[in-house]
Design a protein around this ligand. Structure first.
Ligand code: SAH
Length: 244
């Protein structure tokens, strides 16, 4: 009986190394192929010219930031649902926001709206430290786990209302807001260093917004509108000043 057990265990080990693993490898290859196609067809062919952004998005396993049921669509040209009725942004929008933000090695970045953690991973590859705040506890926990499992030591995730920023870690070189608001939360501007960049989808939180890039020049916001976008609303304190 024991011998039978041992030999079936041995068979299992053999099976998992020679049959199961290659299938996993094949799957990983298929994702890599999709990922490189995404970079070429959705990013480089549009207006994403920052080589570092293209490189990083060709490297990060985006499929591991969505649930198993959505993995095969992870490299498609649209946003995908994550838990709690929220979404992971379309790859092109992640690339565009990152390119506009110009994260540099050594910089400290604040993200509002961790969601799946994918945007935080992209930023972590291009800067020194990312602080990310998520208002939904379940999403904050899950994103922190995903980022930990993938070895992103340069990201810290906090559960809370990002409207107030992260005062203890300020000032930030750049701030990215990945949920829509009808105004820039004043604490975020306060926590941005002189010359720092802030990107946010601004406008009606129910319909469309304008992706807006703000640079802090002599303490004042210098505003540049980038493009029309559609994001899930910023909830919490931001909602108290509703635009309907
Ligand atoms: N950057 C994410 C996508 C974010 S979706 C990614 O790469 O996957 C927007 C996220 O903002 C949602 O998860 C939502 O819960 C969160 N959010 C909404 N209001 C917030 C607030 N006041 N503070 C922090 N996070 C907020």
């Amino acid at each position: 009986m024991r011998r039978l057990l041992l030999s079936s265990l041995g068979l299992l080990v053999w099976l998992s190394s020679s049959v199961l693993l290659p299938a996993e490898d094949k799957k990983a290859d298929a994702y890599l192929k999709k990922r490189l196609e995404m970079v070429a067809e959705q990013l480089a062919s549009r207006d994403i010219t920052d080589q570092r952004v293209l490189e990083v998005m060709g490297k990060i396993p985006r499929h591991l930031f969505v649930g198993p049921g959505h993995r095969d669509q992870a490299y498609e040209d649209y946003p995908l649902p994550i838990d709690e009725g929220q979404t992971i942004s379309q790859p092109y929008i992640v690339a565009l926001m990152t390119q506009c933000l110009e994260p540099k090695p050594g910089e400290k970045i604040l993200e509002i709206g961790t969601g799946s953690g994918y945007q935080a991973a992209v930023l972590a590859e291009l800067s020194a430290q990312v602080y990310s705040i998520e208002i939904r506890e379940k999403l904050a926990d899950k994103a922190a786990l995903t980022l930990h499992e993938l070895g992103y030591k340069g990201v810290q995730v906090k559960w809370g209302d990002g409207y107030f920023g992260w005062k203890e870690k300020a000032p930030f070189d750049a701030i990215i807001v990945t949920c829509a608001a009808n105004h820039v939360p004043p604490p975020l501007l306060d926590q941005l260093r002189e010359g720092g960049r802030l990107i946010i989808p601004l406008g009606s939180t129910l319909y469309f917004q304008t992706l807006t890039l703000i640079t802090k020049v002599e303490g004042r916001p210098k505003v540049r509108q980038i493009s029309g976008v559609r994001f899930v609303p910023m909830v919490g304190e931001a909602e108290k000043k509703k635009d309907g």
